[in-house]
Each structure stands twice: as C-alpha cells, then as structure tokens.
Ligand binder design. Structure first.
Ligand code: MSP
Length: 635
C-alpha cells in the first residue's frame, strides 16, 4: 500500500537577519507538523532553506568588505546549526544560490515569458531595499517616504524592467480562493487576501538592473530576477522540479506552505499567479501564523531587543523552549513573549503536571510493586473510563493538528496528563497497598503505564528529549517515535512483568532566582496536580433565579428547584433540604453549572447543579453580591 505523502515548507530565511525566537517559531511549528505526519505514517517532505539574493545582501557584504558569497556562507552555516540545536528534522535545505535552484528559477521565468505573461517595460516608483519592494506614490505618501520596518528612507528608482501580468490573474485567483476554503488559513488571513485582490491587482515588476546579486534573466542577463520570484520558486526546486521528476511527481503540489502573516500575500497572491501562468498546480494550503512580539513591540535587530533561542535553550532546555513556542499562543494569533511566561509554562505543565505524574507513578510502582508492572485484574468502572479517556486522546490531538491548532493539540495531551493525575488521586493506590489489595494495585498501575506510553508517543512531534526519557522509565524497548500511529489505537501494549526505571526528574522546576551557571542544581518542588484554566473554562457557570422550590417525597435532603437561567428554565435537584425551607427560596439568585450532563436523582431529572459552600456543619448557597441579570456568565 502506498503511503500518503505530505509536503510542508517553511519560508526560507534571509541570511541578513540574526535569527531570533520569532524565526524559530515558524520552523519549530513546521517541524512539529512534519513529525506528526510522519507519526501518522505519511511519507513526508519537509523543506526549509535560505533566501540569499538581493540588494540588501549585496550591500551588507560590501560593508564588510566581502563578496556576497563570502558574506552568506558562514551565516547559512549558523542557521543550519540553529536548526540542529532545535532538532529541526528537515528533509532538504535549499539555498537560493545553489545551481539546482538557479536553473528552476530561470526556466520558470522563461516559460512565463514565453506564455506572454512576462513583458518588458519601464518602472518608476518608491523602493525600500529592506523590503525589496516598490511602493506606489499613494503608499509612499502614507508612509511619509520612510519605511518604518527597516527605518530607512524610500528611494525613487526608475529602471527598465520586466513585468509579470499579475492583474490578469485577479479573477482566477478570486475564484480559486472562493472555491477552496482551505487554501488560505486561518479565515482572517483569507479575508485579508480576498480584500486585497478585490481592491485590484497591478502588474508586478519582476526584474532589477540596479544591482547584480541575483539570478540573471536568462535572455537578458543585465537584469536580475526579483527576489520574491526567485525565493518563492524554492518550493519547486526543493522538491525535485526539473531534476528529480519522481520526487516532484510525488510531492508537488505542496500540502502546506507555513508562513508568517506579513508574507501571506506573496504566498497566496503572487505565487499562485506565477504557478497559474506556468501551468503548474497550486499548493493546497497557505497558513499565515501570527507574530511573537515583545511587550514594547516588534523584535528587531535595529532595536537590539531580539530574543536569542540559543541562549534560551542553554538556560531552560530544548523541550521547555519548544513546548513554550507551541503551547503558549494559539497558532495563527499574535502573542507577547515573556521569559516569565516560558518559566511559568514549564513549571506548571511540564514540571508539575507531567513530571509529577511520571515521578509519582514510578515511585509508587517501585515502592508498592517492587518496580514490576503486573497484569491488570478485573478493571472497575473507573478504570474503564480512564482507559476510554486514554484511547480518545490520539484522535483529539489528530483533529487539532489537522486544524493547525498546535496549542490545542498539546492541550489535549495535557488533559490526559491531568486525568491521569486525577486517576491516581481518586483510586488512591496507597490505600490499596495498606490493605494488601494487590489486584487493585496491578490494575491501577497497568492503566497508568498505558497512559504514559500514549503520552510519550503523542509528545514525539512536539518535544524531542522527554518522550524518550518517559519511554526508558517505562522500561520499554526502542523509541516512542518509532511506534507508529496504530500503537496509539490499541490498549495493552505494556507487557506485564516489565520493570520500570526511576530516572532523574524529567523537568526540574525552574526557580526564578536561578543560581549562576555551575551553581547547585535548582531545587525540585513536587506539587499537587493542578488544572488548566482551560479545564475551568469548560464549566459553564451562570447566574439564575429560583422561581419554584418543592420538597421531594421520600428524599429528606433533596429539593426540586426550577431556576430561570436567562435563555431557559432548568429543573435542578439540590441537596439543600436540611438547610433551606422551600418557601424561603423563590426569588433568590444562585450560581448554576448549566453544562453538566443531566442525571436522574430519585426519578427526577436534574439539569444542572447549584453551587454551595459547606464547612461540615452548615451548607450555604453561593449567591451574587447584588442582583445580576439571569444567564450572566460567572468567571
Ligand atoms: N525570505 C523571506 C521569506 C521567503 S519565502 C519564499 C522572509 N525571511 S525572514 O527571515 O525575514 O522571515 C522568515 C520567517 O520568520 C517568516 O515567516 C516570518 O514571518 C517569521 N518571523 C520573523 N519574525 C517573527 C516573529 N517575531 N514572530 C513570528 N514569526 C516571525 O520573510
């Protein structure tokens, strides 16, 4: 059976940039998706690379007394080292200075020229070298003649140039975007692009004569090809176009071009139009993610406020950094970067929840079962429910990754970790140890080992060191990354009789006042399991007014209440009969959990729950401090 293919790309990076945490963001996200697809069994081609031509590079090299090539080579080597440090598992790294790329760009340019969609003309406009872009008079006026992003004045340039007939493709592009709702994602970026096209497209200047560091127009070598025409073509040259037809046939069209939001228009307007003009298939999806910014605004070399991923990995470890990048901000939205947020995430989710789960499970197996996982004996309802939660998690993660909701994917794994901690708290293995109930202990720990196995495999796309460590602790052979998706759909993979190993803590809690390098290791706090704010938000709490209250025959402690919760009335059975007389309740406001699954209590359906507080002696209703409209949310 042939495996489904999956071709994913990142933007190719400018070697004039010093790569910061924002750049790492795109690539780590693409790496996680690529790893996930491999885990699912897809035949993946993951491409990244460098965008090395253009006047900016030519100028930077000249400033340093180097040729452009001498300037870019060491920077590109540094970029590759960074990806190695972050364990980015790309399948190919394309440099736009490579011969294989140059050939493709020249061929594509020639083809589009031959089809009549590239024509010779003259260009005059306002140009920013930083953006490598011309601006119209109106745009330049709006910008006060100055590019704020690169802090340099726009220059008036006039040159003989080749133009791409972008305007001709506006209608076809619109139709394609409308017919393929998944082509530009998320929805907000799709709307932006639709508005841009509907506003009218002008032909695009696609050659330059004002500098020479670029790919020459093959039939007019005084011109070099516009860097964006050059750069976008990497997605073809990087998958074998015109060199390896088998590879090209297998992977093109790309499944996903992942890009930052500011370059979506190049990927979702110019690139598809070039492909249409060349008669090639369009990529299936362009996803524009948001930006990681600092509280004061953008990270930029000019402002000197870039956050260096190498420093962060050195300080907090690779997995804490990868986890933070993927979990903290919903993918697609902008996020503000704080080092404190990274520390808080690592401490809460990794040290407390995950680290603690692994630690307490293994410590108890060691203490209560001599370190051996025994076969389960007659699972009870609570074990079955837990098993169902474990087996439902892979599908939840899959759904989130398919929607590129990477933070939600990690959230789903986090929920399983929390459920596992809760399972320990509820099943209380220590009590069964005290009672000598070995069957119960065997069942509980078997279920926990299975949960940890699934967590380890599901984490492999996102984290690179932790899953293997968990695997080793469980005494399992091989590596979780090699298990394959099917291993997640079966229960009972853990072999009874296997011996667990307690290793060092997975994630030492990060102290904010960390000792200097080389000092004593940070203290490890093992804290009780916590819930996520998302867990709390899943409860729908509303203000309601009791409109009716009745005693329930044969149920001394229960009252049947009818509560107005705004949109509807709910019947709620509450255990407050000993505390309140039915007559004193009508008109009182209460807090109601409205999204609780209905249950029958003494034959009466209860469609929610009323919140109370009790100290063992008395039970009181939780009420708002003053009148509040029915249905108002409680947060
Ligand atoms: N060379 C072009 C891409 C050409 S693709 C055919 C380019 N390079 S870049 O080095 O400036 O940016 C590479 C990627 O990093 C872009 O997707 C950009 O959005 C992303 N990021 C740069 N700074 C960022 C943040 N602060 N936050 C998130 N991503 C950001 O653009």
């Amino acid at each position: 059976m042939t495996r489904p293919t999956y071709y994913i790309t990142t933007p190719i990076y400018y070697p004039s940039n010093r790569l910061h945490i924002g750049h790492a963001y795109t690539t780590v996200a693409a790496d996680a998706v690529a790893r996930f697809k491999r885990l699912q069994g897809c035949d993946v081609w993951f491409l990244t690379g460098t965008d090395e031509h253009g006047r900016k590079i030519e100028e930077r090299a000249a400033q340093e007394g180097k040729t452009p090539r001498e300037f870019v080579d060491p920077v590109v080597a540094g970029i590759k080292e960074l990806w190695q440090l972050l364990h980015i598992r790309y399948d190919d790294f394309i440099r736009t200075t490579e011969e294989r790329h140059v050939r493709v760009v020249q061929e594509l340019f020639t083809r589009v020229h031959q089809s009549g969609d590239i024509y010779a003309g003259e260009y005059e406009g306002w140009y920013c070298v930083g953006c490598e872009t011309y601006f119209t008079d109106t745009q330049a006026k709006d910008m006060d003649g100055h590019c704020r992003e690169h802090d340099r004045p726009l220059e008036r340039l006039r040159e003989r140039a080749y133009f791409f007939r972008l305007s001709k493709y506006a209608g076809r592009l619109l139709r394609h975007i409308e017919d393929h709702p998944g082509f530009i994602r998320p929805e907000s970026r799709r709307n932006e692009v639709l508005a841009l096209i509907r506003g009218g497209l002008e032909d695009l200047c696609v050659s330059r004569t004002s500098f020479s560091w670029g790919i020459p127009v093959p039939f007019d070598p005084q011109h070099v090809i516009y860097v964006w025409f050059d750069a976008l073509s990497n997605y073809l040259s990087g998958c074998g176009y015109l060199q390896d037809e088998t590879r090209y046939g297998k992977y093109w069209p790309a499944d996903l071009h992942l890009t930052g939001k500011e370059i979506v228009r190049f990927h979702a307007v110019i690139w598809p139009a070039i492909l249409m003009a060349a008669g090639l298939a369009l990529p299936k999806c362009v996803f524009g993610h948001g930006w990681l910014v600092l509280e004061g605004g953008k990270m930029s070399k000019t402002l000197g406020n870039v956050v260096d991923p190498v420093v962060l990995v050195g300080k907090y470890g690779l997995d804490a950094v990868r986890y933070f990048l993927l979990r903290e901000v919903p993918f697609g939205a902008d996020g503000i970067y704080h080092e404190e947020a990274l520390i808080a995430r690592s401490n809460a989710d990794l040290a407390n929840d995950l680290g603690n789960l692994v630690h307490r499970t293994l410590a108890m197996i060691k203490r209560f079962q001599h370190g051996i996982v025994a076969a389960p004996v007659r699972p009870e309802a609570i074990d079955d429910q837990f098993r169902e939660a474990v087996l439902a998690t892979p599908a939840a993660v899959e759904q989130a990754v398919d929607g590129l909701e990477l933070s939600n994917a990690l959230g789903a794994i986090g929920r399983l970790v929390s459920a596992s901690n809760k399972y320990i708290d509820t099943t209380a293995p220590w009590a069964h140890f005290r009672d000598g109930n070995e069957g119960r202990l065997a069942t509980i720990f078997y279920h926990l080992c299975e949960a940890l196995r699934v967590v380890a495999v599901l984490l492999t796309p996102f984290l690179v060191e932790t899953p293997g460590k968990i695997w080793q602790c469980l005494g399992l052979a091989g590596h979780p990354g090699e298990q394959g998706w099917e291993s997640l759909t079966v229960w009972g993979f853990t072999r009874p009789g296997s011996r667990v190993q307690e290793g060092p803590p997975l994630f030492p809690r990060i102290e904010t006042s960390r000792p200097a390098e080389g000092g004593p290791p940070p203290k490890i706090h093992v804290e009780p399991a916590t819930v996520e704010i998302d867990d709390f938000r899943r409860l729908d709490l509303r203000i309601g007014t009791i409109v009716e209250a009745q005693a329930m025959p044969g149920a001394a402690r229960l009252l049947r209440l009818v509560v107005d919760v705004g949109a509807a009335r709910r019947q709620v059975v509450a255990g407050i009969a000993g505390e309140y007389e039915p007559g004193e309740l009508a008109g009182r406001q209460v807090v109601v959990v409205v999204n609780l699954k209905p249950v029958k209590l003494r034959g009466v359906e209860s469609q929610g729950m009323i919140l109370t507080a009790g100290d063992g002696d008395r039970l009181r209703l939780l009420v708002p401090d003053g009148p509040v409209k029915e249905g108002s949310p409680v947060s």
